[in-house]
Design a protein around this ligand. Structure first.
Ligand code: 13P
Length: 252
C-alpha cells in the first residue's frame, strides 16, 4: 500500500514577508524536481497569498494554514474562516496542534467544528495529537492518544475521514530538541493506525498518512521516515531554514 508521503513546514509565528518569500524560493530551487513527496508550506496568515503565488505552479507543493475559525464567516474580529483560506489557495489546515490546545484552550468541540468547516471548503485537515511528558511518564500515552482521536473522529464518516492527514506530535518533543526515537514513533503510529481500523476499517487505516512531529531535523529524519507507519513529518523549527527543510525532504 503506497501512502502519500508528506513533509510539512509549520512556520508558527515566524518570519517577515520578505524572509518568507526568500525561504520559499530557496526551497523550490532545491526540491522542485523531487515530486514524490508532497511539500506543504504552512506560513502565518499574512504570507499565504504571496507563498501561494510562488508555489502554485511547482511540482507537488501545497499551501496550508495554521488555524481556521469554527464559524463559516461573519462578525468574528481577528479570525480567519476556512472559506477565506480556500480563496487564497489553501488545501490543508492544521487542527488540534498542541500549542492551540495549551495556549488557546481549544478542545475537541472546537476541533470538530473547524474540521467540518475545512471539509466544507475542500480543505484537508491535518489533525494533530500527542501526549505530554507527564502522560508518557505515567504510562498514559496510549490512552490519551486514543481519547484525542476517538472523541473527534466519532463525528466524521469514513468518506470524510478519507480527507484527513494525522500528525503524531508528542508535546515533550516539540521545540525541545528531544525527539521520539524511531521505535517510539513507530510504536505509536502503528497504534494510531489500529485505532483507525477499530473506528472505521482496515482499508482506510492503510491509506491515511500519519506524520511525525517534534524536533524532527536533518539528522533524525531518515531514521524516522524509514519506519513503516511514519509517512512523513510535520516540521517546526527546522522548516525555517531552507537547507534543513530540504534535507528532511530528501530523507525519504
Ligand atoms: P519542532 O519541529 O520545532 O519541534 O515543532 C514541531 C511542531 O510543532 C510542528 O507542528
Amino acid at each position: 500500500m503506497s501512502r502519500q508521503k508528506i513533509v510539512a513546514g509549520n512556520w508558527k509565528m515566524n518570519k517577515s514577508l520578505q524572509e518568507a518569500k526568500t525561504l520559499v524560493e530557496m526551497i523550490i530551487n532545491q526540491v522542485n524536481d523531487f515530486d514524490e513527496v508532497t511539500k506543504i508550506i504552512i506560513p502565518p496568515f499574512p504570507f499565504l497569498d504571496a507563498v501561494n503565488h510562488l508555489i502554485s505552479s511547482k511540482a507537488n507543493f501545497s499551501l496550508g494554514a495554521q488555524n481556521c475559525h469554527t464559524n463559516a464567516g461573519g462578525a468574528f474580529t481577528g479570525e480567519v474562516s476556512a472559506s477565506i483560506l480556500k480563496s487564497v489557495g489553501c488545501d490543508y489546515v492544521l487542527v488540534g496542534h498542541s500549542e492551540r490546545r495549551q495556549f488557546f484552550k481549544e478542545k475537541e468541540a472546537d476541533f470538530i467544528l473547524k474540521i467540518k468547516e475545512a471539509l466544507k471548503n475542500n480543505i484537508r485537515p491535518v489533525f494533530c495529537i500527542g501526549e505530554t511528558i507527564h502522560e508518557r511518564k505515567t504510562d498514559n500515552h496510549f490512552k490519551v492518544v486514543t481519547e484525542q482521536l476517538s472523541s473527534v473522529l466519532k463525528e466524521f464518516s469514513v468518506a470524510e475521514f478519507s480527507k484527513f492527514i494525522l500528525a503524531y506530535e508528542p508535546v515533550w518533543a516539540i521545540g525541545t530538541g528531544e525527539t521520539a526515537t524511531a521505535a517510539q514513533a513507530q510504536e505509536m503510529h502503528a497504534y494510531i493506525r489500529n485505532i483507525v481500523t477499530d473506528l472505521y476499517d482496515s482499508n482506510i487505516a492503510a491509506q491515511v498518512s500519519i506524520l511525525y512531529g517534534g524536533s524532527c531535523n536533518p539528522q533524525n529524519a531518515q531514521e524516522l521516515f524509514k519506519c513503516p507507519d511514519v509517512d512523513g513529518g510535520l516540521i517546526g523549527g527546522a522548516s525555517l531554514n531552507a537547507d534543513d527543510f530540504c534535507k528532511i525532504i530528501f530523507s525519504f
